[in-house]
Design a protein around this ligand. Structure first.
Ligand SMILES: *[C@@H]1O[C@H](CO)[C@@H](O)[C@H](O)[C@H]1NC(C)=O
Ligand SMILES: *[C@@H]1O[C@H](CO)[C@@H](O)[C@H](O)[C@H]1NC(C)=O
Ligand SMILES: *[C@@H]1O[C@H](CO)[C@@H](O)[C@H](O)[C@H]1NC(C)=O
Ligand SMILES: *[C@@H]1O[C@H](CO)[C@@H](O)[C@H](O)[C@H]1NC(C)=O
Ligand SMILES: *[C@@H]1O[C@H](CO)[C@@H](O)[C@H](O)[C@H]1NC(C)=O
Ligand SMILES: [Fe+2]
Length: 465
């Protein structure tokens, strides 16, 4: 023994440290107080019903067309149907306009919803502040929103990213941090799992109502772009509820028809400099399915001269190094990843895993069952995959990670928070992730994104590898 084994030991140590270096990614050292995540009680301030007879509540906006010149206004009236009309006008304009919508109700087990109104306002001017009023003839409530700038390659636009929000005390902190972030988000790209009403007995749908009231302070003033998660399924055969997505589809609208989709769960929009594709992790996506056929026809429609930034949203992530939901996104990845690389998607945002993670630009498309080439490789045509499933819902944080950190994982941390994707021009976008424990302007993770078409150079934060 002696000398030889010492040398061996040293070699092993060198190899080990090299491997650590090769891993490259960062598992954050941030130490968080691990409090239990609990839902805000029904008598919380954020759930208060607005005063007045039949006052509109749960007011929310989403984009109403492909180009950003239409907005869908939705709200609920509890006592009676009331008016379906939205009164709206341009800032400082005396010319008031009206748009007429429709309302519906639904039943879920022994729950009956209020009157859910949806009204699309069309032919809006770009880059303009509009005021609007709902509840005409009874209790009127007034809000405002901004339309996006005209679609084009060099307009700036800032998106917020929130996923798996729920309605716990931590959810409220996440929303507050988003609102008070000095980099102001203009539209939220929501990554699925809204209310978590399905975690209550009989999917207690009053928790859909409380959620709608909780987020109104943001959703009434800026559009939230909806992705569906597993908690939107509300599939409960034991109590006779077998129509998937029933509460979600009654309460939330998406402009799916405008982009040629046949279901509300997958669709696309353009907003300023971005083309955004929303995919459905819980609708069929295999070959020949409606979603597959739609996506195949959608990619050729993306015009990077017009919208340089190609963003994809989905609920279940493809690259995830936590123990939770590990490989759940794999079957969709196998189907669609070659298209993402071929079409040079800039970034993919997902939720589902209740933590934060950002990947390197990697792809794993060489594998064909017989060749054994099954490890993700660095690929400058591939998107960065970001998981922001850390909105703060009652299920708590995902803390267990696969070790060692895989090479594809650039940064990961199990903390609640939100992210910001701030497009500056056709080449640059500033990205930041904000953890709830920090001050509003503090960033827990940042990256300058270089556009894959206009500036396709390495933008990895741990580059050199
Ligand atoms: C509306 O009026 C306010 C106050 O006079 C002014 O500051 C603002 O610039 C005006 N906005 C537009 C779009 O004209
Ligand atoms: C629905 O049924 C549950 C028990 O099955 C009961 O606790 C609840 O009060 C009922 N709700 C309504 C609105 O009837
Ligand atoms: C939620 O956050 C807001 C601040 O944004 C605060 O005013 C409110 O009291 C909070 N509510 C609860 C129940 O934590
Ligand atoms: C893409 O958009 C640009 C700018 O709007 C336009 O000039 C061009 O014709 C479009 N290309 C296609 C293939 O439609
Ligand atoms: C695009 O934005 C980046 C970051 O703000 C800036 O450095 C760059 O000069 C801008 N490019 C152009 C052409 O303005
Ligand atoms: Fe989920």
């Amino acid at each position: 023994m002696g000398r030889g084994s010492d040398l061996c030991l040293i070699l092993v140590m060198i190899l080990n440290s090299l491997m650590m270096f090769c891993n490259g990614g960062i598992t954050s050292e941030f130490v968080r107080k691990l409090d239990k995540t609990i839902d805000m009680p029904l008598n919380s301030d954020v759930f208060r019903v607005p005063p007045g007879y039949n006052a509109p509540q749960q007011v929310h906006l989403t984009q109403g067309d492909v180009e950003g010149k239409a907005v869908i206004v939705s709200w609920v009236t509890q006592e009676s149907k009331g008016s379906n009309t939205v009164l709206y006008w341009k800032e400082n304009s005396t010319k008031k306009l009206k748009a007429h919508g429709k309302s519906n109700t639904y039943k879920f087990y022994n729950y009956t919803s209020g009157h859910i109104h949806h009204c699309t306002i069309r032919n809006l001017e770009y880059h303009t502040k509009y005021y609007y009023v709902v509840g005409l003839g009874q209790t009127e409530r007034k809000f405002w929103f901004y339309t996006p700038p005209q679609i084009g390659p060099d307009v700036a636009y800032t998106f917020g990213l929130i996923g798996d929000l729920g309605q716990s005390f931590d959810s409220n902190i996440t929303l507050t941090h988003y609102e008070r972030n000095p980099i102001k988000g203009q539209t939220v790209l929501f990554l699925g799992d809204l209310s978590y009403a399905d975690t209550y007995p009989n999917h207690d749908n009053t928790r859909w109502d409380t959620w709608g009231r909780f987020v109104e302070r943001s959703t009434a003033y800026q559009p939230w772009i909806w992705t569906t998660g597993n908690h939107e399924l509300d599939f409960a055969p034991k109590i006779g509820e077998t129509k998937p997505f029933k509460p979600f589809t009654h309460r939330y609208r998406t402009p799916y028809r405008a982009s040629g989709s046949t279901e509300p769960f997958w669709y696309s929009i353009k907003r300023g400099p971005a083309h955004i594709i929303v995919l459905a992790s819980y609708s069929a996506y295999g070959k020949y399915t409606p979603q597959y056929t739609w996506l195949e026809e959608e990619f050729p429609k993306v015009n990077r001269t017009e919208t340089p930034w190609l963003i994809v949203l989905m609920h279940s992530p493809w690259y995830n190094s936590y123990d939770y939901h590990y490989m759940e996104g794999e079957t969709m990845r196998v189907m669609y990843e070659p298209w993402f690389v071929k079409n040079k998607v800039d970034v993919v945002f997902a939720g589902h895993v209740h933590a934060y993670e950002r990947s390197e630009r990697v792809s794993n498309i060489a594998y064909n069952v017989v060749n054994g080439v099954c490890s993700p490789v660095k690929d400058q045509s591939a998107p960065v995959y970001i998981t922001v499933g850390d909105g703060g819902n009652l299920e708590g944080l995902a803390t267990k990670m696969t070790e060692p950190q895989p090479e594809y994982s650039a940064f990961r941390e199990a903390s609640f928070g939100h992210a910001i994707f701030s497009i500056r021009n056709r080449t640059h976008a500033y990205y930041g992730w904000h953890r709830n424990q920090d001050g509003y302007s503090v960033k827990g993770d940042t990256m300058w994104f270089y556009n894959r078409i206009w500036h396709p150079t390495v933008d990895s934060t741990s580059s050199g590898s």
